[in-house]
Design a protein around this ligand. Structure first.
Ligand SMILES: [Fe+2]
Length: 288
């Protein structure tokens, strides 16, 4: 087994963890769930978060092979196209993104040419497909529930980028009330993750720490099975679904869901410019 190096980058504005994973200096890397900063008040994007990733990759002389997305995020824009321009690499997501594109093309009444085949991405993983990051073995698990297209990337057999499935034990699990989300499906996806060996490292896509606890990117399967407030050992599917459904009914939509989805189903690209050269995002009224 390769010695894996995994560098987290935390964006405190959206509570998102991005990662660079590699086998050491001068090797090949994957960037997972990058963030393009966006200020909804001014409509301006900026690249501070992504530039920190780029600086790390360059400092360690890494060759970027993959720009991986765990899903079409609803709380931040992906910086994958910017990273691709700066570093290279293939932008990849699970093939079920096609389902998500279908739902949101309709909601946003996107341009007729907006393709529903995932071709905005460079690569679509089939469920459980094996791939490599340089010399590192990896597998793309399809772990739906939060959305229909969530993936978890199992890297080197001992480290899993879980996306929005589980959060740290004191936070629990991802919501399941977005279009196509399903609490029963998430329960099954999590059971699969938690059947991995107890010392498997689980790398979070987010942390929302309670007051007094610093944000933390990782935990283990054993910790989750013992202490996850929503999904520790012994919680049945029925109990989980009842808890999740009740809780989701109380949650506001994420601030950036409408802007972020429009960008992320385009693999992080902004919409095409209109005839005045300006790019726009839409806000559907009274529709979700
Ligand atoms: Fe998400």
């Amino acid at each position: 087994m390769t010695t894996l190096r995994c560098q987290p980058f935390f964006d405190p504005t959206t509570n998102t963890y991005s990662y660079v994973v590699d086998a050491g200096p001068n090797t090949v890397c994957a960037v997972i769930d990058s963030v393009l900063d966006f200020d909804p008040k001014s409509g301006r994007t900026h690249t501070d978060s992504a530039d920190a990733v780029i600086a790390y990759v360059r400092e360690h002389q890494l060759k970027t092979e993959w720009l991986l997305e765990t899903h079409a995020h609803a709380d931040h824009f992906s910086a994958a196209p910017y990273l691709k321009r700066e570093l290279g690499g293939k932008i990849a997501i699970g093939e079920a993104i096609q389902t998500v594109q279908g739902v949101f093309k309709k909601l946003f009444n996107l341009e007729p040419g907006f393709a529903l085949d995932g071709s905005q991405f460079d690569y679509l993983f089939k469920a459980d497909e094996h791939f490599t990051i340089g010399e590192i073995n990896a597998q793309a698990w399809h772990v739906p529930g939060h959305t229909p297209a969530d993936m978890a990337y199992v890297v080197n057999g001992n480290t899993v980028f879980v996306g929005d499935t589980l959060f740290l034990p004191d936070v629990g699990s991802a919501r399941c009330d977005f279009p196509g989300g399903n609490a029963k499906t998430l329960y099954a996806s999590v059971q699969r993750l938690l059947a991995l060996p107890g010392d498997t490292q689980l790398m979070m896509c987010h942390d929302y720490p309670p007051a007094g606890r610093p944000a933390q990117p990782n935990t283990t399967v054993a910790e989750q099975r013992a202490h996850n407030i929503h999904l520790h050992d012994g919680i049945s599917e029925t109990e989980f679904v009842a808890m999740r459904t009740k809780r989701d009914a109380t949650l506001d939509m994420p601030t950036l869901i409408l802007p972020a989805i429009q960008v992320n189903i385009r693999a992080g690209n902004l919409p095409p410019a209109e005839d005045n050269g300006v790019q726009y995002l839409k806000i559907p009224l009274n529709s979700i």
